[in-house]
Design a protein. Structure first.
Ligand code: NAD
Length: 515
C-alpha cells in the first residue's frame, strides 16, 4: 500500500479562520467553555469552538423567528438570486472549503470534491425549481362550478437542522437550501468536529446576500444544544445515527412538530452473474472506501454470484490493497484517515470480532499509525457469519464483507435481511432485469451499475431511508414540500341547496362530472 505525505502538501487555509467566522455568524456573546477540535491527520488541536448554551439557542431561534415574515414575503426570484450567487462563489472559492473539510474530517481531497459538487448542484436546482414546485394549484372544488378551490403551500416557520461530521458541507447546507427557498428561516447545529466547514458555508451564503437572521449557527455538544433546539423550532431535520434519530423523533412527537430523519445504513451491493466484473470492482472500490467508508450510502456488504465470486474477490482485494493512503492536502492520496478515535475504535472492534470468530481477511485489517493517528487500511473480509458484528451492524469505516450467492432471489432476500433500508446497488449487463431486482430491494435509493453517485446525484428525484434508515426524503419535490404546510382555500361562488328538490338535482348534476 503506497502512502502520501502531509509535509509536501500543507493546507491553504487553517482553523485560525474560526474566530472570525464565529464572530460573523453566531450570536453567542460573553464567555463560553471552549471545545477543542482535533485535526484527524495529526491528532493536534486545530482550533476551538464555543459550547453554546440554551440561552444562545433561544436567542438564535428568536432571531430566526423575527426574520421569517420578511424573508417569506420576498419573491422566489429574489431568494433564488442569492442561491445562484452562492453557486458562483462556490465555483470561485472551493479550494478553501476543500481544505477545511480535509482539516476537520481527514478525508482525501478527491472525496471532499463530492461535497462541493453536491452543494452547488442542489443550490442551483432549488433556486431554479422551487417556485414551480410550490406554485399554488387549482384543485377540484367541492361542487363543480359552485366552488373554486386552491392548494397553497406556506413555510412552516423556523426549521432546526442537526447535521453529522462525515459530509459537513453537504449535510449542513443542502437541506437548508430548499427550506430557505420555501420561505422558512433556520438554525443549524453542526457536529462539534466540523463546525468551521458549516460556518464557512453560512458566511459564503451571507456574502451571496442571505440576510443575517435567516440562517443562524449554534455550535457545541449534540446532547445539550440538540435538545435545546428541538424544544424551540417548528420542524426538525436531522441527519445522523439511527439511535439519535429515534430520540429526535420522540422529542418532535412530544411537541407535535414534524421531523425528517436521514439515518444509518448497512448498504448491500449485488453483483449478478452477467456483470462486467472490472466495472463492478472499480465501483465497489469507490462505494466502499470513499471518505474511508464514513459515508451513509457506503457499501458494507457485497453479494456476488458464485460463478464470478473468485475472480471478483481477487481483483477487488488487489485494487483495495493498491489504494494510496495518506494525509495530503493535494490529490496524491486515494484514501484519507478516519475522523475520530470513536470511529477508529469501532472499526477495530468490528474487524477483530469477525477475525476472532473465523472470518478471513483478504486484505487490510490494520491501523497505520506512521501515517497519522486515525489511519486504517481498506479491509476486505470473507467467511462472515451471523454471529459477527460486521454482519448486521453499521461499521461506518473502510470495511466490507463479501458473500457468495446462487440465485438472485437469494441475493435479494439476503440484501433485505437488515433493519436498515438506505441505499443499494445492482450490477448487471441486463438493465431491465437490474431494474426488476432493484424494485424488490427495500431501500430508498438503488443504483444500477454504480454504487451511490447516480441516485444521490439525481437531485430531481427523492432519496432517503426506508425502515430504520429514516423518515422523509431529501432532493426533488419531496425535499422541499416537507418544509411547507399545505393549505386549502375554497371559494364558494353560489350557496349550497337547502331544500330536497334542489339537492336531488345537484346529485344528478354531479354524475355528469368525472370524479
Ligand atoms: P450522531 O447521531 O451521533 O450525531 C449526529 C448529530 O446529532 C451531531 O450533530 C450530534 O452532535 C447530534 N446529537 C448527538 N446527540 C444528540 C441528541 N441527544 N439530541 C440532538 N442531537 C444530538 O451521528 P454520528 O455518529 O455523528 O454520524 C454517523 C451516523 O450518521 C451514521 O449512522 C451514518 O450512517 C449516519 N448518516 C446518515 C446520513 C443520511 O443521509 N442518511 C448521512 C450521514 C450520516
Amino acid at each position: 500500500m503506497e502512502t502520501a505525505n502531509l509535509a509536501s502538501s500543507p493546507p491553504h487555509i487553517s482553523l485560525k479562520c474560526l474566530p472570525a467566522l464565529l464572530s460573523q455568524i453566531t450570536l453567542c456573546e460573553g464567555t463560553h467553555d471552549q471545545i477543542a477540535v482535533a485535526a484527524p491527520f495529526t491528532g493536534e488541536t486545530a482550533g476551538t469552538i464555543p459550547a453554546t448554551r440554551e440561552a444562545d439557542v433561544d436567542l438564535a431561534v428568536e432571531h430566526a423567528r423575527s426574520a421569517q415574515p420578511e424573508w417569506a414575503s420576498r419573491s422566489f426570484t429574489a431568494r433564488a438570486k442569492i442561491f445562484l450567487r452562492f453557486y458562483d462563489l462556490l465555483v470561485q472559492r472551493f479550494e478553501e472549503v476543500l481544505d477545511l473539510i480535509q482539516l476537520e474530517t481527514g478525508k482525501a481531497r478527491a472525496h471532499a470534491h463530492e461535497e462541493v459538487l453536491d452543494t452547488a448542484i442542489v443550490s442551483r436546482y432549488y433556486a431554479l425549481r422551487a417556485e414551480k414546485l410550490l406554485r399554488p394549484q387549482r384543485r377540484k372544488g367541492a361542487f363543480p362550478l359552485l366552488t373554486q378551490t386552491w392548494k397553497f403551500r406556506s413555510p412552516v416557520g423556523v426549521i432546526g437542522f442537526i447535521s453529522p461530521w462525515n459530509y459537513p458541507l453537504t449535510l449542513s447546507i443542502t437541506d437548508a437550501i430548499p427550506a430557505l427557498m420555501a420561505g422558512n428561516t433556520a438554525v443549524l447545529k453542526p457536529d462539534r468536529q466540523t463546525s468551521s466547514t458549516a460556518l464557512w458555508a453560512v458566511s459564503l451564503l451571507r456574502e451571496a446576500g442571505l440576510p443575517t437572521g435567516v440562517l443562524q449557527v449554534v455550535t457545541g455538544d449534540g446532547s445539550t444544544v440538540g435538545p435545546a433546539l428541538a424544544k424551540r423550532v417548528d420542524f426538525l431535520m436531522f441527519t445522523g445515527s439511527t439511535a439519535t434519530g429515534k430520540s429526535i423523533a420522540t422529542q418532535a412527537a412530544a411537541r407535535l412538530i414534524g421531523c425528517s430523519l436521514e439515518l444509518g445504513g448497512k448498504n448491500p451491493m449485488i453483483v449478478c452473474a452477467d456483470a462486467d466484473v472490472e466495472s463492478a470492482v472499480s465501483g465497489a472500490i469507490r462505494g466502499c472506501f470513499t471518505a474511508a467508508g464514513q459515508l451513509c450510502v457506503s457499501v458494507e456488504r457485497i453479494y456476488i454470484h458464485e460463478s464470478i465470486f473468485g475472480r471478483f474477490a481477487t481483483r477487488f482485494a488487489d485494487e483495495a490493497q493498491k489504494l494510496k493512503m495518506g494525509a495530503a492536502f493535494d490529490y496524491s492520496a486515494d484514501l484519507g484517515s478516519l475522523t475520530s478515535r470513536r470511529q477508529l475504535a469501532k472499526v477495530e472492534e468490528h474487524v477483530q470480532d469477525a477475525v476472532n470468530k473465523g472470518a478471513t481477511l483478504l486484505t487490510g485489517g490494520r491501523r497505520r499509525p506512521e501515517l497519522g493517528p486515525l489511519f486504517y487500511e481498506p479491509t476486505v473480509l470473507t467467511e462472515v457469519h451471523e454471529n459477527m458484528k460486521v454482519y448486521t451492524e453499521e461499521t461506518f469505516g473502510p470495511v466490507v464483507s463479501l458473500y457468495k450467492f446462487q440465485t438472485e432471489n437469494e441475493a435479494i432476500a439476503r440484501a433485505n435481511a437488515t433493519s436498515y433500508g438506505l441505499n443499494a446497488s445492482v450490477w448487471t449487463r441486463n438493465t431491465s432485469r437490474g431494474i426488476d431486482l432493484a424494485r424488490k430491494i427495500r431501500a430508498g435509493s438503488i443504483n444500477i451499475n454504480e454504487a451511490y453517485i447516480s441516485a444521490w446525484g439525481s437531485v430531481d428525484s427523492p432519496i432517503g431511508g426506508m425502515k430504520e434508515s429514516g423518515i422523509g426524503r431529501r432532493h426533488g419535490a419531496e425535499g422541499i414540500l416537507k418544509f411547507t404546510e399545505p393549505q386549502t382555500v375554497a371559494v364558494q361562488r353560489f350557496p349550497l341547496p337547502t331544500n330536497r328538490i334542489k339537492l336531488a338535482s345537484l346529485l344528478k348534476l354531479l354524475r355528469l362530472f368525472p370524479g
